[in-house]
Design a protein. Structure first.
Length: 876
């Protein structure tokens, strides 16, 4: 029996095992149509892999693959209804398998047959590429003072109007075989499957390219001044089309003919009512040009693929759409009650991700970042409430990773850097892409390629001929550059910028390393030389004829990811989370603090109702178990718990009722008067009643010596008092621009012994020296700010120096004010400083007339505790 007859007999009898064995042996199955058998029926009986092989080789009419087209005769051989049902389900999914096979085969060649101007549906090309190239072309035209027009085409429902015979003709011209084209025809013959072949855009590219070569239409060049550049005539993403050409009526007439021919051949229709002609540069007759081609006039800046086109660098207006989307999303959430944990989840999953598309292309201005972060911050702490709620923790801490004490919310500034750094990686990897050619043609390229300053430490070269890797300065041999591992040898190197390939000398044995040095080595240098050649360079050699590749060291696979870069950038902003110091007590924390510390403290003086009563009973049991502890251990346990609750945010920050962060304050308008300094919300920053307190602070800090540092200027009360003691140097740090300008206007900058530094103390820290006296006074009164500054005291305060700060923490609540005072004393003691709290009577501030016109009364106590801190060694 012949092979074909054996296959036919197995198919008629439904012998699936024998039929599968014959197919695996390479049997011919094209006889199905000749024998009148249903290839679908027998294919559906087999596994998907064998079924696809049958249908591909048989050349079956695939429109029959729809389950609704199965005839009753297809089930005549079935012995039971269950098997028939299984076959029917198998047939229903079989078509998707076939489509997947064809799509995977087409994917291998689509990048070669689709024009480089088309950025959709081709592996390795991204939607951002077209936007980047378009902006570079516009930038070149404007900077070179040329005249051009940008034509934005709107194509009506490309798939509905596409002439498929034209597509198949294009595919034939491209070299696709008859069998493949027949498969494509079968694909589009059923309504259950559709595929858009990019032949039509390629045909348009061919027409336009021929017109440019013939001189009928001129393209625009992406180039720097005087450079050669790269011609860019058009860009496409699916049917979103941009055409660049000269501002000439003749050229636009030729372009209209090309579009007319393209419409006739492809069946596509261009909607002139929605198309725009945009002038680039000084084009006077743009209205006449638009009339000639039959479209409307547009203007720059415009949008393309959802991103700005032709906008000014770091424009604020282009981000308005992102902010509007965030506010619309919040409007729906504010009508619902969402827990704080739910808000964190929504911020991380939705709000923080909404600007990502823009941040992948544009550098986010600082003002925009502050606005977007404020939206997230207000939603986190306030939810849907209209009134502003207290912000318990600074936003910088919220954006830290959970392991570092944060909530894992993405920092927009760091994420923006990570997304933009991806372009540097793509520039090194995607050498043949169109956008890469445009950038190199416009700006040129140094040997070694691009490297972002933020990400330079994470990339290394290797695996090739080392033509793009620097011998001394790049990471290619170990975890550090050779200039860092061997600094003395690097100092003796003749060529410190030598490439690896220049140091390698080929010989019959393969090759050897021959770096050049300026002199012979001394005896005491031989150990390092031996380590350099024997250990570091041992086994290292370059491969001639092999291209270099870039390796990303932050991932195991060596490929760049935004996530890995973000993580490495965030790790450069660590926080000291004192978990071990907080819970270093003799009783386990889950027994010490069954309820919050606030409830525990209130339980001694008040009563609880409802569910809180359970916490009171637990507290009573705990206090009985603590009777054996000494009073000092009990107090330490209590204040350690309070410190934990402060860091976890369960005790309210009374001193920052408005919830503004430092950056909110720095961007706010302030008002000066004779007796007070207020922000735009009528909340006092500093008032005249504080003058005696500031004089006491000045006397304390000036007793340590003649070099004084004051962080926070305000109304100048403390600085005026400091000047009475005639210090040798008087350094003032002021971050608010209006206060800084007023300071200069009133003559503080002209004083001989006064040095004014503008900026936040965290930012200007490298400019500071050591001082005999330091006074810390900030508007925000964040406890975290104070704790962070205390970490720098050992380097800023000289031995024998005096430190003091404005003690306004919880100035409206006597109990919590005392708690803060003791808490600060404990923390400073851990840093090696003793704190003396000097009580000062404060009576002038209690009258209502003092606070007239002030929205928030930040001080209500009759005693102010003046902190005077010095080293424990000095106090002894």
């Amino acid at each position: 029996m012949e092979e074909g007859e054996m296959v036919c007999e197995a198919a008629r009898k439904g012998d699936t095992a024998k039929l599968r064995a014959l197919i695996d042996s390479g049997a011919d199955v094209s006889f199905f149509d000749r024998e009148g058998l249903s290839p679908l029926m027998h294919a559906a009986r087999l596994g998907h892999a064998d079924a696809v092989k049958i249908l591909l080789e048989a050349g079956a009419p695939w429109n029959a693959l729809s389950p609704s087209n199965l005839s009753a005769g297809d089930f005549a051989m079935d012995s039971g209804h269950q098997e028939a049902f299984e076959v029917l389900l198998n047939a229903a999914t079989l078509y998707k398998w076939l489509a997947k096979v064809l799509a995977n085969r087409l994917k291998r060649v689509v990048g070669k047959v689709v024009s480089k101007a088309q950025n959709a549906f081709v592996q390795g090309r991204q939607i951002l590429d077209a936007v980047l190239v378009a902006n570079e072309v516009l930038d070149s035209v404007l900077k070179n003072k040329e005249e051009a027009v940008l034509y934005k085409l709107d194509i009506e429902k490309a798939y509905d109007h596409l002439e498929w015979s034209f597509v198949f003709s294009v595919m034939s011209k491209m070299g696709f075989g008859e069998k493949w084209i027949r498969w494509m025809k079968w694909c589009i013959s059923t309504v259950s499957f559709s595929v858009l072949v990019n032949g039509s855009p390629s045909a348009f590219s061919s027409l336009l390219r021929s017109a440019i070569v013939g001189g009928f239409v001129s393209a625009c060049k992406a180039r720097s001044r005087g450079g050669e550049g790269v011609n860019v005539s058009h860009l496409l993403f699916a049917d979103d089309t941009l055409i660049f050409c000269g501002a000439s009526k003749v050229e636009l007439l030729h372009l209209s003919w090309i579009l007319m021919w393209f419409e006739t051949m492809s069946g596509l229709r261009i909607n002139l009512d929605k198309s725009e002609l945009i002038s680039v540069g000084c084009v006077d007759d743009v209205e006449d040009l638009a009339t000639a081609i039959g479209c409307k006039v547009g203007s720059l800046p415009t949008t393309y693929l959802g991103l700005p086109l032709g906008a000014q660098y770091r424009s604020l207006a282009v981000w308005d759409g992102v902010e509007e989307k965030m506010r619309k999303k919040l409007a729906r959430w504010k009508s619902q009650y969402i827990s704080k944990g739910g808000r964190i989840t929504l911020i991380r999953s939705t709000l923080a991700n909404m600007p990502i598309y823009f941040m992948s292309m544009l550098s986010m201005p600082r003002k925009v970042r502050l606005r977007l972060e404020r939206i997230q911050r207000d939603f986190l702490w306030g939810g849907g409430a209209l009134e502003r709620k207290i912000h318990l923790v600074r936003w910088e801490l919220v954006c830290l990773e959970k392991d570092n004490g944060g909530l894992g919310v993405k920092s927009l500034s760091i994420l923006n850097k990570a997304l933009l750094c991806k372009w540097s990686w793509r520039f090194a990897i995607e050498r043949e892409t169109f956008w890469n050619q445009v950038i190199r043609g416009k700006y040129g390229e140094e040997q070694g390629g691009w490297s972002s300053k933020e990400a330079r430490g994470g990339r290394e070269g290797g695996g090739g001929g080392a033509a793009w890797v620097k011998f001394w300065k790049d990471i290619w041999c170990g975890d550090k550059p050779l200039c860092v591992s061997f600094p003395s040898l690097f100092a003796l190197a003749v060529s410190k910028d030598a490439w690896v390939k220049d140091v390698w000398r080929c010989n019959e044995g393969g090759g050897s390393w021959s770096p050049l040095f300026s002199r012979l080595f001394n005896n005491w240098e031989l150990d390092e030389v031996c380590s350099f050649f024997v250990v570091a360079l041992n086994g290292k050699q370059i491969q001639q004829g092999v291209d270099d590749r870039v390796i990303w060291r932050e991932t195991n696979c060596g490929k760049f990811s935004v996530k890995s870069l973000y993580k490495s950038l965030v790790s450069g902003h660590p926080i000291s989370f004192p978990s071990s110091a907080i819970w270093k007590v003799s009783v386990q924390p889950r027994w010490v603090l069954p309820a919050t510390v606030k409830e525990m403290l209130s339980g001694w003086n008040g009563t609880f109702v409802g569910k809180k009563r359970k916490g009171v009973w637990k507290v009573q049991v705990i206090m009985k178990s603590l009777n054996s502890l000494g009073s000092s251990e009990l107090i330490l346990t209590l204040f350690s718990g309070i410190q934990a609750e402060l860091i976890l945010g369960t005790i309210t920050r009374k001193a920052n009722k408005n919830g503004d962060s430092d950056e909110d304050y720095l961007g706010d308008r302030i008002t000066f008067s004779e007796d007070k300094l207020m922000d735009s919300n009528s909340k006092a920053i500093m008032m005249a009643w504080e003058k005696p307190l500031m004089e006491a602070h000045a006397k304390a800090v000036c007793s340590g010596g003649g070099h004084i540092l004051n962080i926070g200027f305000g109304m100048g009360l403390v600085d005026t008092a400091i000047q009475q003691y005639k210090p040798a140097t008087h350094t003032i740090i002021e971050a608010h621009p209006e206060v800084y300008n007023r300071m200069l206007h009133t003559g503080w900058g002209e004083k001989d012994n006064v040095k004014i530094i503008f900026g936040r103390w965290q930012d200007v820290l490298p400019q500071l020296e050591s001082y005999d006296g330091i006074f810390f006074d900030t508007y925000g009164e964040y406890y975290e700010d104070l704790r962070e500054f205390h970490q720098h005291l050992p380097t800023l305060l000289k031995p024998g120096g005096i430190y003091s700060f404005f003690n306004g923490l919880c100035g409206g609540n006597a109990f919590f004010h005392v708690v803060y005072c003791h808490l600060v004393s404990l923390e400073l003691e851990n840093l090696g400083y003793s704190t003396q709290l000097i009580p000062l009577p404060v009576k002038d501030c209690l009258g209502e007339e003092v606070w007239e016109g002030v929205k928030h009364k930040y001080w209500k106590l009759d005693t102010y505790y003046l902190p005077v801190c010095q080293s424990l060694q000095d106090s002894e």
